[in-house]
Design a protein around this ligand. Structure first.
Ligand code: NAP
Length: 287
């Protein structure tokens, strides 16, 4: 990327989110509320960028003096080739959702998994070290979440997926990076794995609107007293969470992941703590 002069402090801090589609993103409402609450003169724009315009749009960050952007579907992987530096965790996850412009040098981060774990710890399970964790699903979201969970030193992470091969491959890839005791298998292992899991995390799309009656696994297999977390936030409480709560489990919904991935991005751009409760309120108000 070309050289750019230092940001002028009398101009607003420019931020945004690039995606296709983008009109329904809740990030602008969340981040504009955060900027205002933090007393920062800035604005966060929805930026509709089609795949063939991605490179030009990324150059535009520097040309227009944006402090940074979020990147969402379908650009999270493709964008990596246009950046100067990729943070180690984003490289391992294979996707970037946050870009910081440091005087023309663009660095890519992935705040999804780290944001998820911060949300899980602050909202449901303060200590993850030594825990036995079952992760349902082995897609893109699972990868970032499992990476961030592994940094917390749980006793083990068992990945279960409808397509067992994907869970086995993801586990062996993450193990190869020295991330601890991570195994993969199919849903036929669910009864044995869930009987001893302290935390069960749904990263699959099962139960997401409009298929709200779907569950990724029979909730009766989860032991009472376990914590159950779902990445889905539409609906705010999935059937899996509702039935787990009725069986005495601690439950944790996916809205926190969205809020905290934004909070971590905000902190990368501005270097100040994100006003998390203001962000949560803004998102809830925008539903
Ligand atoms: P993805 O890469 O397409 O992976 C989808 C995963 O879900 C795969 O493991 C797939 O299994 C499984 N799956 C899909 N439908 C299923 C069903 N009916 N029954 C059982 N398994 C099913 O998607 P992703 O990007 O990882 O996203 C997954 C979920 O995370 C979505 O619900 C998304 O909304 C949520 N998410 C939330 C946030 C947040 O901020 N809260 C952020 C990112 C994602 P197979 O491998 O067998 O196909």
């Amino acid at each position: 990327m070309s050289e750019q002069k230092k940001a002028n402090p009398s101009l607003p801090v420019l931020l945004g989110v690039m995606g296709d589609p983008i009109a329904h993103s809740k990030s602008p409402a969340m981040h504009n509320a955060a900027l205002q609450a933090a007393g920062v003169n800035g604005m966060y724009m929805p930026l509709h960028v089609q795949p063939e315009q991605l490179e030009a749009a990324i150059r535009g960050i520097v040309a227009l003096g944006y402090r940074g952007v979020n990147v969402t579907i379908p650009h999270k992987e493709q964008v990596m080739q246009y950046l100067d530096v990729i943070d180690e965790s984003a490289r391992l996850i294979g996707a970037v959702n946050t870009i910081v412009n440091e005087e023309g040098k663009l660095t890519g981060y992935n705040t999804d998994g780290i944001g998820y774990v911060r949300s899980l710890k602050e909202e449901a399970v303060p200590e993850l070290a030594g825990k036995r964790i079952a992760v349902l699903g082995a897609g893109g979201a699972a990868r970032g979440v499992i990476y961030a969970l592994a940094l917390e030193k749980p006793e083990r992470i068992s990945i279960l997926n409808r397509t067992a091969d994907r869970a086995v491959a993801l586990a062996s890839d993450l193990r190869a990076h020295g991330l601890g005791d991570i195994t993969g298998g199919g849903m036929e292992e669910a009864a044995a794995v869930l009987a001893s899991a302290d935390i069960v995390i749904n990263t699959t799309a099962a139960g997401m609107h409009p298929h709200i009656d779907d569950v990724p696994v029979d909730p009766a297999l989860i032991r009472a007293g376990a914590a159950v977390s779902d990445l889905i936030y539409n609906p705010l409480e999935t059937r899996l969470l509702r039935e787990a709560r009725q069986r005495g489990c601690t439950v944790h919904g996916g809205l926190g992941m969205f809020i905290y991935q934004g909070a971590v991005a905000f902190e990368h751009w501005l270097g100040i703590p994100a006003p998390v409760e203001t962000m949560r309120r803004a998102v809830l108000d925008s539903f």
